[in-house]
Ligand binder design. Structure first.
Ligand SMILES: [Zn+2]
Length: 252
């Protein structure tokens, strides 16, 4: 938008078209999107003592990709300190405010499991821990991701009815004895426990491959315990002696 246009005028934002070409986080490419909602919020900051001021604004939009139908939020901001310049046909300097665009979810978050909301209905704290863990993963903060995985495992076992005062080793044994996990899952989850410990106390710095493996193992556990076998959760105070074995197709 040329500088001459009034960016701080609310009215200009209301003339937005019903569609927009924006970056869809699911397709991870520019797509035509339906604009389901939009609000423009201008801001002004002033340092009166030093006679300095700044202006900017944020376009908040709720969009839906016409390709994959994903609904996402777009935070599209500008400020008068950040300008792009070019020369017009008569050599005159022209410019426009640079736009910084962030979508939620971010493109990487498309890897989040679809059943995360279902976990939130069972235990909002577990979902909150998992959400923060995914944010850490998306930002390549792998130590915090490993710690988050361990915290999520701790909370997950508590929701299943295992005494939170028990040690991790005892909790994992309870999971296995209660039929929630098999020997293979037990060993993988033991790695998550160690990974979180090592990252927190021994300076171990996992890479993205390590995290992918741990995350996958954790997701298998969570999906089996809370999504596939969630009917057994009606008994919270005790571990069910032996839930019916669910035949789970191996995904790898
Ligand atoms: Zn899309």
């Amino acid at each position: 938008m040329p500088l001459g246009d009034s960016m701080t005028d609310d009215a200009s934002a209301k003339d937005k078209p019903k569609t927009a070409r924006e970056h869809c986080p699911e397709c991870n490419a520019e797509r035509v999107c339906d604009v389901h909602g939009h609000v423009y919020v201008p801001w002004h900051w002033e340092d009166k003592q030093n006679g300095y001021s700044m202006n900017g604004g944020v376009d908040h939009s709720l969009l839906q990709c016409r390709g994959c139908e994903t609904v996402f939020y777009l935070h599209d901001s500008w400020n008068d300190e950040d300008l792009n310049y070019w020369y017009g046909p008569n050599g005159e300097t022209q410019g426009e405010y640079a736009r910084t665009k962030i979508t939620y979810p971010k493109p990487e978050s498309a890897a989040k499991p679809v059943w995360l909301d279902a976990i939130g209905k069972i235990d909002s704290q577990l979902q909150a821990i998992l959400n923060e863990m995914y944010v850490a993963r998306d930002n390549e903060a792998y130590i915090l991701t490993a710690v988050g995985l361990r915290t999520a495992l701790d909370r997950g076992t508590e929701v299943l009815g295992i005494d939170p005062a028990k040690t991790f080793a005892e909790k994992l044994s309870d999971l296995q004895n209660g039929g929630w996990i098999g020997a293979t899952e037990h060993d993988i989850l033991e790695v998550i426990t160690d990974a979180g410990n090592a990252a927190a106390h021994r300076g171990w710095a996992p890479d993205s491959k390590d995290i992918d493996q741990l995350l996958y193992a954790m997701e298998v556990f969570l999906q089996r315990a809370f999504i596939v076998g969630k009917k057994a959760l009606s008994i919270k105070s005790t571990i069910p002696p032996k839930p019916k074995r669910q035949k789970v197709a191996k995904t790898s």
